[in-house]
Design a protein around this ligand. Structure first.
Ligand code: AP5
Ligand code: MG
Length: 215
């Protein structure tokens, strides 16, 4: 099964994708994570993307479509892909449809994760991630069980994203409404869309996604 998790910054796309990876053995395809890896590695793509990402704007369609196209050629995606943060524009959505058709794959469901803007800002500003395994946490909503230690691995360092500040986050929300929210209508028209309440507790959102994927 191949699905898209569609939602604004902080909606919980990454959090829920990690549950699906652990529970169902699917593969998480997060263009944000791939771009951050390119920035950390200092590649040409990373150099082009860094300032754009830090300001909360979108990198070019050409870059992200190229990244996804390459990633879809790897064998692990055959077990099911979760698109997290891609597509984000109508051009990316069209390109994804063409790529999947060319590779003999299909898109089974698009899950829209709906959330309240002020909650999203609170979530993103409180977010941090394990530098060892990437497990996501939140100062208030999901602190580690033992302060300063990851629940999932032996590492005890955490990182915060440079774009997780209020200015960049407000711009990310603006960009979401302008460029990405039209995809809700796009997939509704293709009869692929399901909506979940992204403001519910993490486990409840997981249950709603499971239900949506059964229908
Ligand atoms: P990307 O990395 O995709 O960031 P984003 O879309 O802004 O989304 P986030 O990762 O911030 O949020 P999330 O929905 O994953 O939430 P999370 O689960 O972490 O993109 C970053 C940048 O890369 C973009 O701005 C752009 O520059 C570039 N980019 C990426 N893809 C691109 C593309 N396709 N085209 C062009 N440019 C692209 O949860 C957030 C926090 O809330 C966590 O702390 C979590 O613990 C907590 N939380 C989660 N769920 C709940 C819940 N139900 N209740 C309470 N707390 C919760
Ligand atoms: Mg994410």
């Amino acid at each position: 099964m191949n699905i898209i998790l569609l939602g604004p910054p902080g909606a919980g796309k990454g959090t829920q994708a990690r549950v699906l990876v652990e529970r169902d053995g699917m593969v998480q395809l997060s263009t944000g994570d791939m771009l951050r890896a390119a920035v950390a590695a200092g590649t040409e793509v990373g150099k082009r993307a860094k300032a754009v990402m830090d300001a909360g704007n979108l990198v070019t369609d050409e870059i992200v479509i190229g990244i996804i196209s390459d990633r879809l050629d790897e064998p692990d995606v055959k077990g099911g892909a979760i698109f997290d943060g891609f597509p984000r524009t109508l051009a990316q959505a069209d390109a994804l449809g063409d790529l999947l058709a060319a590779k003999g794959m299909s898109l089974d469901k698009v899950v829209e994760m709906r959330c309240d803007d002020e909650e999203l800002v609170t979530r993103v500003i409180g977010r941090f991630t394990c530098s060892g395994c990437g497990e996501g946490y939140h100062d208030t909503f999901k602190p580690p069980k033992v302060e300063g230690e990851c629940d999932k691995c032996d590492a005890n360092g955490f990182v915060r994203r440079p774009d997780d500040n209020e200015d960049a986050m407000r711009n990310r929300l603006f960009v979401y409404y302008k460029e990405t929210s039209p995809l809700i209508g796009y997939y509704y028209a293709k009869d692929n869309l399901a909506m979940v309440d992204g403001t519910a507790a993490i486990d409840e959102v997981t249950a709603q996604i499971a239900q949506a994927l059964k229908n």
